[in-house]
Ligand binder design. Structure first.
Ligand code: ADP
Ligand code: MG
Length: 274
């Protein structure tokens, strides 16, 4: 079983990436669990045609003693099992608690191995608080992928996430690579390449900006089903192939860039250029 966690700044495209990858793995016959660890609770939105249930909601409604995994698990028509952690009422409580609770419900990794071939975690990443790095600590994120564009704040978040990966490397966590989701800002490819080089990793996939992504979302349909020939669908196929075939030496303990140097590399050089 492979466990992959996808981190990145809010709104960068994690759920879009994870949903397409889940479907690609399911299509080649893998048993897949997509696990949304973001209080937005919209990771599995395009896969599920019913109101989204979350672990946090079921926990509150049923109460701790009666809560079971089957109350929370959703089954998509494309064969992917989906679990959404959900969040507390906005402005109250800690969303990280839901992640810990969901791990409890799922049981140990050993029992999950009997049920799934691939688990993909879609994790909010600009707040690398204890709760959100829990997947790395609990062994649920052996492989980490960071979704980024070439925007300063996305790269900044990516560098912070790399720091969390390094900090959790003693638990076996490794960085598999960066996923470059284009925003079409100036020089973005060179910015992302530069970060990959400093971190000691590679860009495992590049996704073009594609209006089909948004259109598929509006009709709540997986992108591959909405338009298998869309440029983003093709790019996700490539990304899936690349991730499915990564060599063991491509999983690294990254070397995050110290903040001051990061600012000199990105922010100040942009200012001078501008
Ligand atoms: P996250 O899960 O990181 O918060 P989402 O996957 O929800 O981000 O994406 C945020 C928004 O950006 C969504 O509305 C999505 O449709 C759009 N989006 C993401 N990637 C692309 C892309 N490559 N081309 C066009 N729109 C995209
Ligand atoms: Mg999301």
């Amino acid at each position: 079983m492979r466990t992959m966690a996808f981190y990145g700044k809010g709104g960068i495209g994690k759920s879009t990436v994870v949903s397409s990858l889940s479907l690609a793995f399911a299509r080649e016959g893998r048993r897949v669990l997509q696990f949304g660890c973001d209080p937005k609770s919209d990771s599995c939105y395009t896969m599920i045609n019913e109101p989204i249930r979350t672990v946090m909601d079921e926990w509150i409604n049923r109460g701790e003693p009666d809560l079971r995994l089957e109350h929370c698990m959703m089954h998509s028509s494309c064969g992917v099992d989906c679990l959404e952690v959900g969040g507390p009422q906005p402005g109250t409580g800690c969303a990280g608690r839901g992640i810990t609770k969901a791990f409890e419900l799922l049981g140990g990794l050993e029992s999950l191995k009997k049920e799934y071939d691939v688990i993909l975690l879609d994790v909010l990443g600009d707040v690398v608080c204890g709760g959100f790095s829990a997947p790395m600590r609990a062994g649920f994120a052996e492989e980490v992928y960071i979704v980024t564009s070439g925007e300063f704040r996305a790269l900044y978040a990516a560098n912070n996430i790399a720091q969390a990966v390094r900090g959790n490397s003693k638990n076996g966590v490794r960085l598999g690579g960066l996923i470059f989701n284009r925003r079409e800002v100036p020089d973005e490819e060179s910015h992302v390449k530069k970060l990959a080089k400093f971190l000691g990793t590679s860009i495992v996939g590049t996704i073009p900006r594609d209006p089909a992504v948004n259109r598929a979302e509006i009709v709540r349909t997986p992108l591959f089903e909405f338009d298998p020939n869309a440029p983003a669908s093709r790019a996700f196929e490539e990304l899936h192939k690349r991730i499915a075939n990564l060599n063991s030496d491509e999983f690294v303990v990254p070397r995050p860039i110290p903040r001051i140097i990061f600012e000199q590399l990105y922010f100040m050089s942009n200012e001078r250029e501008g």
